[in-house]
Write a protein that binds this ligand. Structure first.
Ligand code: NDP
Length: 250
């Protein structure tokens, strides 16, 4: 099997995994964060879980990218920068912004995410620096995609910051978040994350990036719905107008 066949098989597998993830998460809450529970085998500290599971997205992407013929071209370099801005933050900064350092996550969740990030980093980098041949006609979609990506990054970062501010260092309880997009939805961080990857898909015009945007939504839409149900059971004064992910609609 050559690398191109591996790319095709991985792309289709991630798409199928997205369908499977979406359906299963409608019935089972992924067991980390507020939905963490025993019965999922060995567990590791939450902070190390994040570093472990996100690191292949930085490293595999970079390794595959640097071996491609188009690695020194302008559009691939822009896409490399977008990817690494997100994943260097998620891997090496975000885990140190978490307040509840004593929390744990099941090792199996970190390992599944590790494999997913390796596979996803591979297909995205492979498309950008090995397969695609970007020309000037791609520049408009690049610009539009970059704008959407950074809007999503801002929404995600600011929403997470509001959540972190609800706890002092070492605390692990929950409060009702207020302000910014929390006025209308419970998971603006997920909304921002989905926006980022849709922006990246537009910027790269890449099947791999569209499959990743689809996977991200398949993963985060059911989790936002679980969060909404969870808030309603935990807080009797939870605002009734607040939706899961899309203001006024959903
Ligand atoms: P959550 O919104 O569940 O939690 C984010 C952080 O805020 C956690 O540390 C959580 O603590 C804390 N927190 C959440 N709600 C409250 C509250 N009401 N009061 C006090 N603290 C709170 O997000 P996730 O942990 O699921 O995801 C974290 C980041 O990773 C997000 O930016 C998300 O977009 C991204 N992500 C991306 C995925 C993708 O497919 N691309 C998949 C999953 C996440 P605790 O952990 O104790 O609950």
């Amino acid at each position: 099997m050559n690398l191109y066949h591996l790319y095709q098989i991985t792309l289709i597998s991630i798409f199928i995994a997205g369908l499977f993830t979406f359906v299963s998460l409608l019935f089972i809450n992924a067991p980390y964060g507020r939905h963490y529970r025993v019965g999922w085998g060995l567990s590791i500290p939450n902070q190390w879980g994040w570093i472990l599971m996100e690191s292949p997205a930085v490293l595999v992407f970079l390794w595959v990218y640097l071996s491609g013929d188009y690695r020194a071209e302008f559009i691939p370099l822009c896409l490399l920068a977008l990817w690494q801005i997100h994943y260097c933050h998620r891997t090496f900064i975000f885990p140190f912004r978490l307040r509840s350092r004593k929390k744990r996550m099941p090792l199996i969740i970190a390992l599944i995410a590790f494999l997913f990030n390796a596979a996803n980093g591979f297909i995205n980098a492979y498309w950008i620096s090995h397969l695609s041949h970007y020309t000037r006609s791609n520049e408009l979609s690049l610009l539009i995609g970059i704008a959407i990506f950074f809007l999503g990054f801002y929404v995600n970062y600011r929403s997470d910051r509001i959540l972190f501010s609800l706890r002092k260092d070492g605390e692990s309880g929950y409060q009702i978040p207020q302000g910014f997009l929390y006025r209308w939805i419970v998971s603006p961080n997920y909304f921002g994350e989905i926006l980022e990857w849709v922006g990246f898909a537009i910027a790269s015009s890449s099947p791999a990036a569209w499959v990743f945007a689809f996977y991200t939504a398949a993963n985060l839409v059911p989790r936002a719905l679980s969060h909404l149900r969870w808030y309603k059971t935990q807080f009797s004064d939870f605002p009734t107008n607040r939706k899961a992910l899309i203001p006024f609609l959903f």
